[in-house]
Design a protein around this ligand. Sequence first.
Ligand SMILES: Nc1ncnc2c1ncn2[C@@H]1O[C@H](COP(=O)(O)OP(=O)(O)OP(=O)(O)O)[C@@H](O)[C@H]1O
Ligand SMILES: [Mg+2]
Length: 473
Amino acid sequence: MAEKRTILIVEDSPTLAMTFQTQLEPTGHTILMATDGATAFAQLRARPVDCMLLDLKLPDMDGIDILEEVRAWPNPPAIIVITANASLTTAVRAVRGGAFDYLVKPFAAARLVTTIENALRGVALQREVETLRRTVEHAGFQDFVGRSPPMQAVYRTLEAAARSTASVFVTGESGTGKELAAEALHQLSPRKGREFVALNCGAIPRDLLESVIFGHVKGSFTGATADKEGAAARADGGTMFLDELGEMDPTLQTKLLRFIQTGAYERVGDPRPRKADIRFVAATNRDPAEAVREGRLREDLFYRLNVVPVRMPPLRDRGEDILLIARRFLEQFSAADHRQFKALAPEVEARFMSYSWPGNVRQLQNVIRNVVVLHDAKLVTLDMLPPLDDPAAMPPSPTSGPLPIDVPAAASPPAPAPSLPGSADTIEPLAVAERRYIEQAITLCGGNLQMAARKLGISPSTIYRKKEGWEAA
Ligand SMILES: Nc1ncnc2c1ncn2[C@@H]1O[C@H](COP(=O)(O)OP(=O)(O)OP(=O)(O)O)[C@@H](O)[C@H]1O
Ligand SMILES: [Mg+2]
């Protein structure tokens, strides 16, 4: 059976619209209706549409204007124009304006179905050619490097979703490129001229997050010394990226849901409702279904955001992409640090291809940066690589054997000594202590960074990010 597609019928006569719908029902595609131009645009923005049947005479707009606007969008639907009279000039104008085909009323059901199926094949082909062209040109997509089949699937989904305002939920292990996916979506969308606002819900203190998102007025809480705009106002017309959504306070999740549903929100301390038109992208590196089961993520919020799910494949499943990405980083970092690196030795390539990359692209980036900072040669050889930990190869399970680091690091700073030594000179900067503590945890876990993260009660990506900072320093 052919893939299920979405067809939008734009026809002001309800009787005719119903007739078309009945005639198209046997194709099994999803059929949407609009009786005027405004509704048609609302439908097109709400979800990806593959084919539009467009009556040129509408109560509120000229069909040709709709055609011209929609054709200029990235990845437009195939448009079939319907004209009432046999005046070919209109039809010719429509086809010149980018319509795939035209139908002159009245037409038979069989003719309608064939024309639609042809148009659907046409768009599919056009999109495939477009993806191929991009793949060949850049071996990637937007800022992504990689052309493996699982990534091609990601690119296609992002491309299709970009045209609409449908919410997108990106999942994937840490460092797989979730934020990059959100940015690509914004860049490909008609909103690209407006702001992309990224919020890490896990990194912003809970009691500040509401004001960060919605803004506040002076005096609404201690420290609110002036009126402040929130992310919602900045992202108006653009895209808001909600990272680590599962970390958000449940009460705030309720407010967020209402905001997403209605576009209306209130600043902290100001009951006057405000409006913003925003495309939402959410992400988490944990299983969202589990977060819902555990009550950390509101189910209705999850479903509202999960209109288009995007799953970033782990780096180990991307085959040769690993080497393409490694070479790209090598080129970039070498140029920036004036090193002469040109290539990876075959043994290094073999090691990279067989390694499990628990920290995914971010980890690969760290490894290459590490090599470039500490060495200089034409070829990257095995001895230059930092140790690569392998969670699968580690025997001790997280529950067996008491490791001396069961303190939840996120809650309170670690206190290795029972009593503080007397002199102020012995106080080290928190960042130094933190680094020592994290590195010690990694050593205690036999180099297993995933386990160390679990024990420390932080996410592996936090460690990777911190390592990035230490190495850059
Ligand atoms: N396919 C790719 N090609 C090139 N660079 C990539 C690719 N995927 C990710 N990156 C880079 O790797 C780093 C990590 O990506 P990103 O921050 O998007 O991952 P993430 O999934 O959001 O990670 P985390 O779970 O840690 O938040 C970024 O510097 C990003 O630019
Ligand atoms: Mg991220």
